[in-house]
Design a protein around this ligand. Structure first.
Ligand code: C2O
Ligand code: CU
Length: 490
């Protein structure tokens, strides 16, 4: 059990130690932002787009001194950006050259459960796995990462993660910045702690907390990164790939950016805002406008503190970080403003409170008082049936809620209609202590009586501890409805 700091309401000392780190205004942006390479891939004879990924150990020189031992795809750390068009069939040939079993999960992807890459699709050392499916969802920024039960946190922390971008040719008319690595920039944010030997520090106590919290940010694996901007607007595809830390992104000098997309696609309309808060696993696409010659810093500010002191510590305390410096050239190529309408809004159910079909209580590393059982199916649901779920965090620690295979619609947060940033498709949502959330979910198309999908907290330590459950999607009429709930849900 970690030592407790005296008089601190039982907050473990290691959390104190990690709190109140601030690099804001002190960062030397000395490294050009690494852009994950686009996977090249090839066309199969049957027309499928084929990519290969190799899970491997490697090393990476993040900072002066010894290189850091890492895991990753292809290149020792992180992985190439996979990219596919809506309507295309893809196949990913994954090989595992690690000395440990891993899996590769396609976070946010609509696909058959056998292809999902969760804990039931292990790839043993030396093994291979070739999932294939048809891309059938709106353009957006998804990601891939390992999901072996009990070891996800360690595998991701060592560096296994990459982006999976989905394109929709119909969106070209929107004129959004779309030149990868030029004005359409992946921004994978992860906090890490280095030991005295430059190695990732996995040693901090994990008992009772949120898991691995770092004091150094890696952005696409770069410390202190800058990006040279040559256009009036840039699109940033933000991914919080940290194990536990919530990042509340904001720009320097009180500048705003335009939020255009969230987990599952573009928002109905652009939203001009000062901040966007992402818990682990969540994504956001923002458009930043620059003036010639200026420098703007993207920052990760402390999460908004509409929670008590205890929670703010767990969410990363008062830590604030410089994330990325955008350096505008003296002359910028013109780019169009995002149009007033971006995508059709989710319409599974009307916004606001209403009936509830199923409840999920998040508490104490358990969901509905149970820990994950690999051999236990927690519920069954008919395909193509819309259900209203209520998520309730009852124990004061921050949690998130992620569901595989689908993008859901947030109907209400604490009884109120969702804020603009929660009005598009989502696959992961922050479950703030004491603020129930209602979502409308539907699992389209694929029924499979033998392979479950997962739902879980995306704080990876919690997930590994068993804050996860599994469900089957069945043919219509095969699943009993959800258990009856009384009016107030007890
Ligand atoms: Cu990003 Cu079940 O995970
Ligand atoms: Cu949790």
């Amino acid at each position: 059990v970690p030592a407790l700091a005296a008089g601190s309401a039982g907050v473990p000392a290691w959390l104190w130690a990690s709190a109140d780190v601030s690099t804001v205004g002190r960062t030397r942006f000395v490294n050009r932002l690494a852009i994950p390479p686009l996977a090249t891939g090839r066309r199969d004879t049957d027309g499928a787009r084929v990519y290969s990924l190799r899970a491997a150990a490697g090393t990476r020189r993040f900072k002066p001194g010894r290189p850091t031992r890492t895991w990753g795809f292809d290149n020792g750390h992180l992985g190439p950006t996979l990219r596919a068009m809506r309507g295309e069939t893809v196949r990913i040939d994954v090989r595992n050259t690690l000395r440990e079993t891993t899996t590769v999960h396609w976070h946010g992807m609509h696909l058959p459960a056998r292809m999902d890459g969760g804990p039931h699709q292990p790839i043993p050392p030396g093994g291979a796995w070739s999932p294939t499916w048809r891309i059938d969802q709106p353009a957006t920024t998804l990601w891939y990462h390992p999901h072996p039960h009990g070891a996800t946190a360690r595998h991701v922390y060592r560096g296994m993660a990459g982006l999976f971008i989905i394109d929709d040719p119909a969106d070209r008319r929107l004129g959004l910045p779309a030149r990868y690595g030029v004005d359409d920039i992946p921004v994978i944010v992860q906090d890490r702690k280095f030991d005295g030997d430059n190695q990732f520090d996995e040693s901090r106590p994990l008992i009772g907390g949120v898991g691995l919290i770092g004091d150094t940010l890696l952005v696409n694996g770069t410390i202190g990164p800058y990006h040279d901007v040559t256009t009036e607007r840039v699109r940033l595809r933000l991914l919080n790939a940290s194990n536990a830390r919530t990042h509340r992104f904001a720009l320097s000098a009180g500048r705003t950016f335009t939020l255009i997309g969230t987990d599952g696609g573009l928002l109905p309309e652009p939203y001009e805002t000062h901040t966007v808060q992402l818990t682990p696993g969540e994504r956001a696409e923002v458009v930043v406008r620059l003036r010639p010659g200026e420098r703007i810093v993207l920052r990760s500010m402390p999460p908004d503190l509409n929670v008590n002191f205890w929670n703010s510590r767990f969410e990363g305390g008062d830590d604030a970080f410089d994330v990325l410096e955008l350096r505008a050239a003296p002359r910028l190529a013109p780019s169009a403003a995002p149009p007033a309408a971006l995508a059709p809004p989710p319409r599974l159910a009307p916004f606001g409170p209403g009936r509830v079909d199923r409840r999920f209580k998040l508490s104490g590393h358990k969901i509905n008082e149970r820990r994950m059982g690999m051999d236990r199916i927690d519920f069954r649901i008919d395909r193509d049936r819309t259900e209203i779920w209520e998520l309730r965090n009852t124990n004061g620690t921050p949690h998130t809620f992620h569901v595989h295979d689908t993008q859901f619609q947030v109907l209400s947060v604490n009884g109120a209609a969702p804020p603009p940033e929660l009005r598009g498709w989502k696959d992961t949502v922050y479950a703030r202590p004491g603020a129930p959330i209602r979502i409308a979910v539907r699992f389209r198309g694929y029924a499979d009586p033998n392979h479950p999908y997962m739902y879980h907290c995306h704080l990876l330590y919690h997930e590994d501890q068993g804050m996860m459950g599994q469900f089957l999607v069945t043919e219509p009429g095969r699943s009993p409805g959800p258990p009856p709930l009384t009016q107030d849900g007890h």
